[in-house]
Design a protein around this ligand. Sequence first.
Ligand SMILES: Cc1ncc(COP(=O)(O)O)c(C=O)c1O
Length: 407
Amino acid sequence: MTLDQLNPPTRLLMGPGPINADPRVARATASALTGQFDPWMTATMNETMGLYRSVFSTANEQTFLVDGTSRAAIEAALVSLVSPGQTVLVAVMGRFGLLLKEIAERAGAQVVTIERPWGTVFTLDEIEEGLRTHRPDVFATVQGDTATTMNQPLDGLGQLCHRYGALCYVDATASVAGNTLLVDEWGLDVVSAGLQKCLGGPSGSAPITISERAREVISSRRHVEAGITEGAEGLGERIRSNYLDLAMLMDYWGPRRLNHHTESGPMLYAARECARIIADEGIANTVERHRLHGAAMAAGLAGLGLELFGDQTHRMNNVIGVKIPDDVGGDALRAALLEDFAIEIGTSFGPLAGVVWRVGVMGYNARRDAVLTTLAALEAELRRFGHPTPAGGGLTAAMSYYQEQES
Ligand SMILES: Cc1ncc(COP(=O)(O)O)c(C=O)c1O
């Protein structure tokens, strides 16, 4: 059988991720491969570690990539931090909090949760109450829960967790670079991400950063894989995953360069280019760009007469939820948007499936033309589906917002 050359359609990806990779990132992935111990390759790995320290606003030496999608780093963090039987407290305000709960359970933890209705966030006092009651070894939360579009405030969270003797893990997959994230200032111990949202790359690489406090805990469970170096080394309870063993990954990315997996050249190049572009722009400017275009999109969606979902004072800059009007089939309209305009937006999960659409404005697509094109297309489809909407309401509101911000 002969197949045609691969030729995917060109879409404008305005959902909750993945987004269109920045062309510079896409080009980087096509660069030549080198051996994983080639000095050029190891130097590039070191450069990438440095670039991600800036993205995460941290001085953590242990800042590197986990090969895999974002949940690989979540799983690496939890399986490496938590010994079976230890207590993990998870703050659940949406689907991705539930993912943390599941992963911690699979790591053998005793998992307890505090919960909030989807579309809201926790106060620090509520988290403190949970810490006081449950005295966990690890507290885990999501910064931006993409399922609900909410951005959990984290200022002071690490210091709070430490007062109660807990380490603090944060999933920043969807929020990093689109919302302020100050790992060191906020005392966060382990934070992980993925490329396919505000970082502007394809999925498949998961940056992670690890504080000294967390490194000590992970290193206390360090075992070197048999046959790698002379002499057996091993401490504490062995981490229950080989691929996601952060102690071994630290030895792989660190000066010892102990062999582990074969680092993916194209994903390393992609991750490096994502962070290089942000370093060029300046991380604070990247966050501000997401705020500007996300707010213009929110203004435009409201201008179309749509109701925004969730507590807008805590909305992520980069994902906007809107209630699907009762007179419109949400999935049918999304399919038409894809068919007619090659634009993708998302719905959500669980209780919000078919109830809200989620529009993402992130990474390479956090741009004025992408925002305006999406609003124009959405208006056309709303009309086609018989939903009354003010003529030009979305574009007018978004353009006025841009004008206000410029004056
Ligand atoms: C907040 C959050 N965490 C985790 C994930 C899982 O990421 P991945 O699909 O890259 O494994 C996602 C994906 O959308 C996400 O938005």
